[in-house]
Write a protein that binds this ligand. Structure first.
Ligand SMILES: [Zn+2]
Ligand SMILES: [Zn+2]
Length: 337
């Protein structure tokens, strides 16, 4: 109980997000602040308008790609595992297994350790460093899939479904909706691991980020742009933002069959609502068992839940004798998954 009171005295939510008092910085703030530590490049975590920004080199590069002119000017890159003293705290970034560059923020102050995990997952992902467990007193977690119904399937089975559909419907273009940062590149890598060597065609909105992954050394094979396609791409894989599914843009394809790679594809209502013929349950967030496993493994006495399905997780963690609290941070979008 003593440690609980102590951590709360130096780390707390305020109007801009989560604030570390003795280090005088925010973590993933949703409003502009003088000093921000950013866990990863997704838009609901890495916003424009901060003074100084500290993150991994990949997250900073992704922010420059996404934000352009609005990207932060005063930046500091910190490698995974490197310790940095910031005023009265020690800070480290540790892999979160979510997307390229994603990090958990480990803060130590007066013998206590808080871990702010940002978004994270434990499932295998060939396009980022695996999640690293850090024992701590306070663990701050998201709960995007914080309900027992959410169980993500092994991704190899989901990719096999896609390849089987291509064999069954060789006359149809397979257009799969993907979130542009992380999911897109992970899905390409998984398809390649399954032995598929044909071109994987990209919507223009996916080009810059995919090129960044390739420049960083990920072998994604031949990934041409749909704009350069010679024909209607019958029997080929096309990746696009989810918003382009069933859109005018899709009319150029041969009887397009729409797929969607997302943890939300576990929910039939969402599949129907989007008119998805081929739901692929591939998530970059923890499912329910992974959330509980991770919380238990950290040994944390206290858990704070930033966003998502907070109530169920707070309740379940409480039953296990761990103090849990919902922060209800604003500005987080669990749709981008
Ligand atoms: Zn994210
Ligand atoms: Zn998020």
């Amino acid at each position: 109980m003593a440690s609980y009171l102590n951590v709360q005295s130096w780390l707390r939510p305020d109007q801009a997000g989560l604030y570390c008092v003795p280090g005088d910085f925010h973590i993933d703030p949703h409003a502009p602040v003088p000093r921000a530590v950013i866990t990863h490049g997704h838009s609901d975590h890495a916003r424009a308008g901060h003074g100084a920004v500290l993150a991994t080199a990949d997250t900073l590069a992704i922010m420059r790609l996404r934000l352009g002119e609005a990207a932060p000017r005063e930046t500091q890159a910190l490698a995974y595992g490197e310790a940095l003293t910031v005023k009265d705290v020690t800070l480290r970034l540790v892999p979160a297994g979510h997307i390229l560059g994603s990090a958990q923020v480990v803060i130590e102050h007066k013998g206590q350790r808080a871990v702010i995990s940002g978004d994270y997952k434990r499932h295998h992902d060939p396009t980022c460093a695996p999640f690293e467990l850090v024992p701590c007193d306070l663990f701050v977690t998201e709960a995007t899939f914080g309900l027992p119904v959410y169980r993500h399937e092994p991704d190899t089975g989901e990719v096999a479904k896609l390849l089987a559909s291509l064999r069954d419907f060789p006359e149809r273009t397979h257009q799969v909706g993907v979130y542009g940062l992380g999911k897109c590149q992970r899905l390409i890598a998984l398809i390649r691991q399954a032995g598929y060597e044909r071109p994987i065609w990209l919507h223009g909105a996916l080009r810059a980020m995919t090129d960044y992954y390739v420049a960083r050394g990920f072998d994604l094979g031949h990934v041409p742009s749909v704009a350069d396609a010679p024909d209607k791409l019958a029997g080929e894989i096309v990746l696009s933002p989810p918003s382009a599914l069933g859109d005018r843009w899709s009319r150029r394809f041969a009887d397009p069959l729409s797929g969607f790679a997302s943890g939300w594809m576990r929910i039939r209502g969402r599949v129907r609502q989007r008119g998805v013929e081929l739901p692929l349950i591939i998530s970059d967030h923890c499912d329910w068992p992974e959330l509980l496993q991770t919380i238990t493994e950290t040994g944390a006495e206290e858990v704070w839940v930033t966003h998502g399905r907070e109530e169920a997780l707070v309740h379940e963690v409480g039953k296990r004798g761990i103090t849990a609290r919902a922060l209800r941070l604003v500005g987080r979008e669990d749709d981008a998954e």
